[in-house]
Design a binder for this molecule. Sequence first.
Ligand code: ADP
Ligand code: TYD
Length: 221
Amino acid sequence: MARRGCFITLEGLDGAGKSTHAGWMADWLRGAGVDLLETREPGGTPLGEQLRELVLHQAMELRTETLLMFAARNEHWRTRILPALERGQWVLCDRYTDASFAYQGGGRELGAPAIRVLEDWVQQGQGPDCTFLFDVPLETARARLMQGRAAADRFEQEGAAFFERTRQAYHARAAEDPTRFRLIDARRSIPDIRTGLEAALRDLLRAYGTAAVSGETRGRA
Ligand code: ADP
Ligand code: TYD
C-alpha cells in the first residue's frame, strides 16, 4: 500500500533539545489538522520499550547493541510506523536510524557499512521524509544535559571523544542526503528555533497537502 502521511524524525546529541521541541511540534501539527502519531526510538512498541530498557542500562557487546536497536526498530516500523503512514497519518519520531549511524556507527566506531546492511534489511529502501538534526557543540549539549537530568544511561555516560565522533557521523549522514535533512542550529534560543521549525513545518504541510491530513481519505484503498 502507498504511504500517504509524512514521516518526520528528530536527531541530535543527547541534550541538543529534541524533546523540548518534539511536544511543541506535535501540538503545532495537530493544531494544523494533522492526524499525528508521536513516538520515539528506541521504543515505540511494548516490545521496543522493553528492548530500550535493556540497551540503555545493560552492558553488552557492540553488535548485540546494534541488533537490539534494529530489533526494536523493525517491530516499530512494521507494526506502527508504516501502517500509520499508509492510513494517511503523519509520524513524528524522536530518533530513528540516523541515530544508529551516529551512535553505533560513529560513536562506537562500528562504521556505516554494517548499519547500512541492517537499514536495507529492515526498511527495504524506505525511511523518513524529513529529518531535523539539532546541532550543537558538544559542550553545549553536555551543559544542557546536566540541567535537571536523572541518572545518566549507558550513552550519556560516554566521554567527549565518543560524542565528537557521534556528531561527525550525523554530519556525514546529513551530507549524504541534504534534501531530507534540515540542520537546526540548536545553540539559538528556544523561541528562535521554533520560528525556524514552524517555517519548515509549513513547507511540509504544503508539500504533503491537506488530503493526507484531513482524515477524509482515510480508509480509502
Ligand atoms: P534532548 O531531548 O535532545 O536530549 P532536551 O530537549 O531534553 O534534549 O533538552 C535538554 C535540556 O536543555 C533541557 O533542560 C532543556 O530545557 C534545555 N534546552 C533545550 N533547548 C534549549 C535551548 N535552545 N536553549 C537553552 N536550553 C535548552
Ligand atoms: P533518547 O531517549 O532519545 O535520549 P535523549 O532523550 O537523552 O536524547 O535515546 C536514548 C539513547 O539511545 C541516546 O543516547 C541515543 C541512543 N540511541 C542509539 O545509540 N542508537 C539508536 O539507534 C537510537 C535510536 C538511540
